[in-house]
Design a protein around this ligand. Sequence first.
Ligand code: FE
Length: 293
Amino acid sequence: MNAGTTTRALKRIIESVATSDGAGVRLRRSLGQSPYARLDPFLMLDEFSSFDANDYIAGFPAHPHRGFETVTYLLDGHMLHEDHMGNRGDLKSGAVQWMSAGRGIIHSEMPQQEHGRMRGFQLWINLPAREKMKPAGYRDIEPGEIPLIDLPGGGRAKLIAGIFVSQERDVAGPIQGLTTDPLYVDVELPAGAAFVQPLSDERNAFIYVFEGGASVGATGTARTLATHSAGLLGPGDRVEVGAGPEGARFLLLAGKPLGEPIVQHGPFVMNTREEIEQAIRDYQSGDLTKAAG
Ligand code: FE
């Protein structure tokens, strides 16, 4: 096999499990369902999808985070985000909110609709030890800021973060320059279409199928990845995905691993038990969101 042409194999499948979070929002959790179901630097991926307001209307009332980033990608619906810094974000269908909790944020994410479908994802990306206590940051990304790329084999890709290698040119997504260098792509393929994307070994990568089904890996050795499952990819330098007879829609996520110890306690993700205890004390005393010093 020539250098530079190794297709990443599907190494491990993490089927999502039905659970609920916040004030009772029903969702499917793949990454993050246990400490053994992570892919450094990714800590958690939740998919929520329902036409029934009872499944989502209670939302996520005010709650804290420390030590990582949360990315909300709303496919359908309307959600209002508010945080302790006074940020207000009105998320509509196709919008993304990229929040870096850093040393601390207290926020709420509340559905603003009582009818129709609420569908989307929440991804947690870890921060390196030296950035866990940086000030919180927040960005709303409108649907119009997300590049839409027509794929050569049919279908299209929406690029939320990182660089996408397309035929004519490299396309840059709205999120760049993070230490974990994340790639976040939403890919839609018609039945039978194939998707190929260079993706070097420096980054861990996985695919999450949320419509249809896909086969992942090189022709001849590809494995099937069912809907609502995460497929973790092995080493190599490109990704190949084929759509099944119903077509496929999936997220492709990649990031540089941090290789640091992870201690998680609910919404706090740090490197040591002591730092978690400090986070809990800071939250109880009101210091979680106060500036350092
Ligand atoms: Fe949150």
